[in-house]
Design a protein around this ligand. Structure first.
Ligand SMILES: C[S@@+](CC[C@H](N)C(=O)[O-])C[C@H]1O[C@@H](n2cnc3c(N)ncnc32)[C@H](O)[C@@H]1O
Length: 229
């Protein structure tokens, strides 16, 4: 049984609505994080560990980094990391965790809303793990992830597969989620610009908010950028 950083440590996940008004995502996510001392398990996401362990370290961007477990794991493996999230509360926790683990020297925490953020540089690795922001369509949010990968770099997107959603989120309607095939099609992750390395649905065990064992399915896309856009 794997418990990972997308498993809520208490209570319910994403159980309130987001709205598209400016600043709403920051307010909503700050409130959500403030409602409990710890939202996620603190462990790196399993698909990140599986897909990145063999890559040579470089510059990484973690979009929607939350409390920072993935960014800290990457930094410990030699990556220079930018952790971006809309929630200042999450980022304060992430920075504190990084300091506690002695991994703060190579991580920059950036508070930005993807609704207005434009990547101003490129990265060797862009990872987006469960960046399910209902404030903007997933296609729009994750297009930014793809745009920030430099030639030769890696894009890794992991999300809840619509057929294996966590049972604890009332808002978890399948149309808000994607398969790896949906991702590749909508983001045009295809030759000649990309080589798809992994296109997968992976079932895994996790621990739910009340300590119950649940089975989830992750959609996993990993691709290498072959040429600039
Ligand atoms: C479900 S959590 C996942 C956190 C982390 N990647 C993990 O796997 O533990 C989604 C994260 O995306 C962030 N987020 C949601 N909408 C965002 C937006 N519009 N801009 C930037 N970050 C956003 C949230 O603050 C939250 O930390």
């Amino acid at each position: 049984m794997t418990k990972h950083s997308h498993t809520p440590s208490q209570s319910h996940e994403h159980d309130d609505a987001e709205h598209a008004a400016p600043g709403t995502a920051a307010r909503m996510w700050d409130e959500k994080y403030s409602s409990r001392p710890k939202m996620w398990s603190g462990d790196p996401n399993p698909q990140l560990v599986a897909e990145v362990a063999d890559l040579s370290p470089g510059e990484a961007l973690d979009l929607g980094c939350g409390e920072g477990a993935d960014a800290i794991w990457l930094a410990a493996r030699g990556w220079a990391v930018t952790g971006l999230d809309v929630s200042a509360v999450a980022l304060e926790r992430a920075a504190a965790h990084a300091r506690e683990r002695g991994q703060d020297a190579t991580i920059e925490w950036v508070q930005q809303d993807l609704a207005t953020w434009v990547p101003d540089r490129l990265f060797d690795l862009v990872t987006a793990q469960f960046l399910h922001s209902t404030q903007m369509p997933w296609q729009q949010a994750l297009q930014l992830a793809a745009a920030a990968v430099r030639t030769g770099g890696t894009l890794l997107i992991v999300g809840h597969h619509p057929d294996g959603l966590p049972p604890w989120g009332a808002h978890h309607t399948p149309e808000k989620f994607f398969t790896a095939e949906d991702l590749a099609r909508e983001l045009r992750i295809e030759e000649p610009l990309w080589r798809v390395e992994v296109l997968d649905s992976r079932q895994r065990g996790a621990i739910g908010p009340d300590g119950e064992a649940v089975s989830l399915t992750d959609a996993v896309l990993r691709a290498t950028r072959l040429a600039a856009q």
